[in-house]
Ligand binder design. Structure first.
Ligand SMILES: Cc1cc2nc3c(=O)[nH]c(=O)nc-3n(C[C@H](O)[C@H](O)[C@H](O)COP(=O)(O)O)c2cc1C
Length: 353
């Protein structure tokens, strides 16, 4: 029996953000003890050559990553890779520290295997994250860095915010993601406005001397035409991929939605985010990182067949615990085998005409 099935009811008695702090505190403790890290690795890592993915000039041992938001401040990404994840995306990192929204701001919807959050870019800021990354000489898998703006920035200063985080953390990211799709930051201006995006991408690419892979993370609400327009801009500025999707403000598929503002993640988001991936993959050859409602080998495989080269999850990890990556990766190898594929890469986009 997985110990998490015993621990989960205890964690779920705590407020969701407090439980998250306990879990990350535990991971930090483990991370500081070499033999404990090795024990974690041997228990939770599942390795198989069919799982390896070449993407963004980097080798990923497996396609299952931790989505942005879990390790906002780069505190536990080594332990997360010990838990068998093929990569971790830290952040969203903002240039300065900020408190985010008042608590409570994270809510569980256990009946729907979902979460609602309105964290609001709480974080330690780029300098603190820089110190942690510089001190960590033991990063296991590839590291993505998700960059965002301060909550009080306007359209003009937001562009400088992205640039400041990008430049400050530049040496440490195997890829960077511009997050223009958080539903929990103030609606001062439309972050996904095409002209605004052009200016962000132009500014970041001008600073991108070593051509580090640069991606954009989008929300699940965009209609087909807007997705095509976004891809055209992404290609014009030679970005390297798209992360799809962030959380949704919709409550579709939720049995009894609580009266809480924020972004919905988990199972109710799954089909919507897969549909966005399929639309993107039908229109562009750019790699897509698929995220939204993944919690099993089947749901990860659906994202891959829809066109995702890599997959991420957050909510599924909260519900399924430390064996999440191992179980998904083990199941993926079986699903590949059943369909006669020798590798993940052969299955990417199999459902696209
Ligand atoms: C508590 C919480 C905090 C999050 N914070 C961020 C964030 O800072 N930046 C970001 O790009 N996405 C953030 N996300 C969104 C996730 O990265 C992911 O896109 C979304 O939750 C859908 O995946 P899931 O259904 O596997 O959770 C957050 C999600 C949750 C639940």
């Amino acid at each position: 029996m997985d110990p998490y099935s015993l621990l989960r009811p205890l964690f779920f008695k705590l407020p969701a953000e407090t439980a998250h702090e306990y879990v990350t505190g535990g991971l930090r403790a483990i991370q500081s003890i070499g033999p404990a890290r090795r024990a974690l690795r041997s228990r939770y890592t599942y390795e198989h050559p069919a799982l390896a993915v070449e993407c963004f000039d980097t080798t990923f041992a497996n396609p299952i990553g931790v989505a942005a938001g879990f390790d906002k401040n780069a505190r536990v990404f080594p332990a997360l890779s010990d838990l068998g994840f093929g990569f971790v995306e830290i952040g969203t990192v903002t240039p300065n520290s900020q408190a985010g929204n008042p608590r409570p701001r994270l809510f569980r919807l256990p009946g729907d295997r979902a979460l609602i959050n309105r964290m609001g870019f709480n974080g330690d800021g780029a300098d603190a994250v820089h110190s942690r990354l510089a001190a960590n000489t033991d990063a296991a898998g590839p590291l993505g860095i998700n960059v965002g703006k301060m909550n009080d920035s306007d359209a003009e200063t937001a562009i400088d915010d992205y640039r400041r985080v990008f430049e400050r953390l530049y040496p440490f990211g195997d890829y960077f993601v511009v997050n223009v799709s958080c539903p929990n930051t103030p609606d001062e201006f439309d972050e996904a406005d095409p002209d605004h995006l052009r200016r962000i991408f132009e500014t970041l690419q001008a600073a991108n001397e070593d051509d580090v892979p640069l991606l954009v993370k989008i929300g699940p609400e965009s209609p087909r035409e807007s997705l095509y327009e976004l891809v055209d801009i992404v290609e014009a500025y030679e970005l390297d991929g798209i992360v799809a999707t962030n959380t949704t403000t919709s409550r579709d598929g939720v049995t009894d939605p609580p009266d809480e503002r924020g972004g919905l993640s988990g199972k109710p988001l799954e089909t919507r985010s897969t549909a966005v991936i399929e639309t993107l993959a039908g229109y562009t050859e750019l790699p897509i990182v698929g995220v939204g409602g993944v919690d099993s080998a089947e749901s990860a495989y659906a994202k891959i067949r829809a066109g995702a080269s890599l997959v991420q999850l957050y909510t599924g990890f909260v519900y399924n615990g430390p064996s999440t990556a191992r179980e998904i990766n083990r199941g993926l190898v079986e699903l590949l085998h059943e369909d006669g594929y020798d590798s993940i890469e052969e299955a990417v986009g199999a459902d696209i005409d």
